[in-house]
Each structure stands twice: as C-alpha cells, then as structure tokens.
Design a protein around this ligand. Structure first.
Ligand code: SF4
Ligand code: SF4
Length: 503
C-alpha cells in the first residue's frame, strides 16, 4: 500500500497536460455523470438560452446589453452609457473586480466550473458532442490512435463540422454583444462588400472559437486565463474549494477482505454525527496522529480507484491538494460519490470544503480579509447607486465660440456667440430650450428656438447671449444657463462665462 506523503509537493512543479519534453499531453476525460453534473447541465441550459435570447431583447429601442468598445457605446439593462459616463463604468468595473475577489476568497474557483462561458461551452456542449460521436474516453483514445480511414474519417469530419458550425453561431452572437444584433443580421443578409470589416471579424472570431474548443481546451484555464493565476494569492485555509478529505481518505488503498478502516468503524457507531473525521477523533481510534495511522496500517476511505483523475477535464489528481489547474467543475465529486455508494461509505470524500473544515471540522468563511472586501464592495455599490441616481438625462456643453470676443449686435447690449452640444442619454427623444437663470439677458438661438435631440444621439448648434451694457463687467462674467424640457422642467444647468469689453 502506498503511503500518503503530506509534504510531497513535487506535482506542483509541472502541469498535468505537459510532459517532460514540454509536449502537450492530450486529456481524455471520462464522461462525467452524477448529481452535480445534472445541476451543471440545468444551469448550462439556462445560460445558453440567456446567451441566445439577450441580443434580441430591446428596451425602448435600445438593446438590453451592448458593449461596443469600438464606438465607445455601452448599454446595460437598456440604459445608455456614453464616454461622459466613464466614471460610472470605471466604478462598475471596480465593483466587478472586488466582487470576483470576494467570491474567490470565499468560494474558490467555483465561477470557473459553473459560470464561465469557456467551461460551459467546452464541457457541456463541445465535449458532449465528442462523447456522442466518438464515445467515452477509452473509445476516443483508441480512435485517435487508429489509422485515418473509414469510420475515423467520418467521425472526425462530422465532429469538426459540428464544432465549426457551433463556433460560427457563437462568433455571431459574440459580435451581437459588441455591435448589436441588427448589425449582425445586416452582415449576414446584405452583400459582403457592404460589410467587409464585419464579415472578416466574423470569420476571424469563428476560427478563434473553433481553435479554442477543438484544440486549446483546458489550456485556456490552466495557462492563459489570468483569473486562474490569481487563485494562489486569493485562497486561504477558510476558502471553500473542491477538496479531498485526506484525513478521512488516507491512507488510501484497495479494499481487501480484511480491510479495516478507521472511518467506517466510526460511522457505524454514529452515522448521524459523521461529517468529517477530524484528527482528534482519529486519535480515539488509538492513533495519536495521522502518521501513526499509517504505522498501524489502518485504511482510509479512498479505495484508490483513480476515477476522480479519469473524469478530471484538466487531468489532475485532486488528492494532491488544491491546485491552480482545478476549475472546480465538481466532476471528481460525482465520480467519488458513486464509488463511495458502491463501497457503502458516506459520500463527500471529495467535497466543497475548506482546508480548515477538513482538518478541524470547522467551516467559517469569515475572516478579516472577507470582512474588509465586503465593506469595500458595499461602499462601492453605494457610491455607484448614488452617482447613477444624480446622473442627468441630458449632458450639455456650452462654450464661447473661439476667436470671437464681445460685439454690439443689439442696441444697448453686448453680445457673445456660443456653440452648444446636447447629448441625450435616454432612450426617448428630448425637445429642449435654453433659458437664463436669474439675469435679465436675452438668448437668441441661431436657427430653431427648440432643439430636438434624438434618443442616444447628440445635437449641436449656436446661440447668442445678449446682456445690457451697464450690467456687464470688463473681462469674464459668470453666467448660468438652464436647459428646460417641453413642460418647462429644468433638466440641466450649465455654467459658462460671458466676455465683457474693456471700459
Ligand atoms: S479536480 Fe475535480 S473539480 Fe477540479 S478540475 Fe478536476 S474534476 Fe474538476
Ligand atoms: S474517486 Fe474517491 S475513492 Fe476513487 S481514488 Fe478518487 S478519492 Fe479515492
């Protein structure tokens, strides 16, 4: 029986998917099944439905979500954000970052296995197609080792055609989140020459997605994604991760007729009280610590079947401890639970738990770090809500026309010429007028009295301000101009300066 070495960390010097020569080791994970896999499938159906439906949803003519980085146009929940709202966007990004950090500190990398689109599409769409066409892991390996003929050509062609077709769909939807579904439909339905740039982007994205799901696969999570790299600094002894209960599981070994396990003895005497077997309880079995259990040659609950390794999409052995390659997909939990049921031992030998939970039976995610991140997150959310609530429906810029000073356009008045720009941040058209606040000057529009600003667009023009000569100081005079809507309600107030001639 192999002894468990608590301190052997050699496995951290290399990753499971690269051999000593630096060549890729192709992973053939066993088809997962079980309770957690079923839950993940249900969630995946929900996410995929959402992914496919969201680009078609509009609120008052605006897309529900649009992240047009190229044109700096962002719409979230139907609310239009302009470059002028960048501070809201920046705070929103900070909230997201702090939330991810907090979530990781508490729940480890659960996001990767259960929410990340890469894992959802890879494990629950592409991998399922592969199992359907090529069979389970052993059949896939046999097929890959076989010469390229007959059924292999057919299966590979079918698989890659389906992979490419799904990649094209994903690429089109991905673009829809950037440029909008209306634009994507135009690229698809109108002549290519009218949308050459969009068409080329579609082709490039399609092949990128195909490459990711057909070839790159788990490498995205283990070597490319920066979030995975952050794990090492974010996790601590209290973080909940997919973890192997080595206290209960070790020393591992095959079951023989006269196998004696310290854990199962304990469970038989008090099954209801069983959660984990902390070290103190181990000592009740006349062993003083984990090392002395090995000396007494008692067996833990791990039967060393290696099923947890066979199902792992990143090819690791979770029994070695938390590793950066683990995406918390919980496939090993399902596999191990099945084995435990067969050998009539309690499930949960691999479970979501913290190191503290496994070693001491304590599960308390709260510590100073979690508290500090929570406070920062709450403050940032409060600030975002406050700034969002005072955000106006219209943004107005009113500047004196460069190069022009004071003129006498009207009898007894001094006049300045201004350029204005109005930006409508709402999904409705706005009809606005200017008026002076608390002064007896006159506004003279160049063109129409009223300015119509189309939803999410801007409108520009010019106007004159006239003030009686005797009320204007030489040099700069501060002026407040109000912008009012059709009902006479002030929707924006602008400060500008009026230039008076020297006396
Ligand atoms: S160790 Fe388990 S949870 Fe982690 S990636 Fe492998 S199968 Fe998924
Ligand atoms: S599946 Fe469970 S019993 Fe089998 S090797 Fe993994 S941890 Fe041990």
């Amino acid at each position: 029986m192999a002894e468990f070495d608590f301190y052997n960390e050699e496995f951290r010097d290399s990753i499971a998917t690269v051999d000593k020569e630096g060549k890729r080791i192709w992973i053939y994970p066993k088809k997962p099944k079980g309770k957690f896999y079923n839950y993940r499938n249900l969630l995946a159906y929900f996410y995929i439905a959402l992914f496919l439906v969201l680009p078609f949803i509009k609120i008052k003519g605006q897309p529900f979500i649009l992240l047009n980085i190229l044109e700096r146009k962002f719409v979230l929940f139907g609310v239009y954000f302009m470059p002028q709202d960048f501070y809201l966007f920046a705070i929103g990004m900070l909230i997201l970052m702090v939330f991810i950090i907090l979530f990781t500190v508490i729940y480890g990398r659960l996001f990767c296995g259960w929410i990340c689109p890469q894992t959802i599409f890879m494990e629950l769409v592409f991998r399922r197609i592969e199992y359907w066409i090529e069979g389970d892991y052993k059949d896939q390996k046999r097929l890959n080792d076989a010469p390229l003929e007959g059924s292999k050509i057919y299966k590979k062609l079918l698989k890659h055609t389906l992979f490419l077709a799904i990649s094209i769909v994903i690429s089109n939807y991905f673009l829809a989140y950037i440029i909008g579904m209306d634009e994507v439909l135009k690229i698809i339905s109108e002549p290519v020459s009218l949308h050459l740039g969009g068409f080329v982007a579609m082709i490039i994205f399609s092949f990128v997605f195909y490459g990711v799901f057909a070839r790159l696969r788990e490498q995205v999570c283990t070597t490319i994604c920066p979030y995975g790299r952050l794990q090492g600094v974010l996790l601590d002894q209290k973080s909940l991760v997919v973890a192997y209960d080595y206290v209960r599981g070790e020393p591992r070994g095959k079951i023989t007729k006269d196998s004696k396990t310290f854990v199962s003895e304990k469970i038989q005497s008090s099954p209801a009280a069983y959660e984990t077997i902390p070290l103190e309880k181990v000592s009740e079995n006349s062993a003083t610590d984990a090392t002395s259990i090995f000396q007494k040659n008692l067996k833990g609950d791990c039967v060393d079947c290696k099923l947890c390794i066979h199902v792992c999409p990143t090819g690791i052995d979770i029994r070695n401890g938390t590793q950066l390659e683990c995406v918390n997909c919980t496939a090993c939990m399902d596999a191990c639970d099945e084995v435990m049921e067969k050998v009539k031992r309690p499930t949960g030998l691999i479970r979501i738990d913290s190191i503290e939970g496994i070693e001491k039976g304590k599960r308390n995610v709260w510590n100073g770090r979690v508290l500090a991140y929570t406070v920062v997150l709450v403050l940032l959310i409060a600030l975002e809500i406050l700034l969002f609530s005072v955000r106006g429906s219209i943004e107005v810029l009113l500047l004196r026309t460069p190069g022009l000073t004071a003129i006498e356009k009207k009898e007894g008045y001094i006049s300045n010429l201004y350029n204005y720009t109005m930006i409508n941040k709402t999904p409705d058209n706005i009809i606005a007028r200017f008026r002076l606040s608390n002064s007896n000057g006159i506004i003279e529009m160049v063109g129409k009295e009223e300015v119509t600003v189309i939803q999410s667009k801007k409108s520009s023009g010019s106007l004159f301000l006239h003030f009686p000569k005797n009320q204007v100081d030489p040099g700069k005079n501060n002026v407040i101009v109000e912008v009012i809507d059709k009902e006479g309600k002030v929707i924006e107030t602008v400060k500008t300066t009026f230039f008076g001639p020297p006396r």
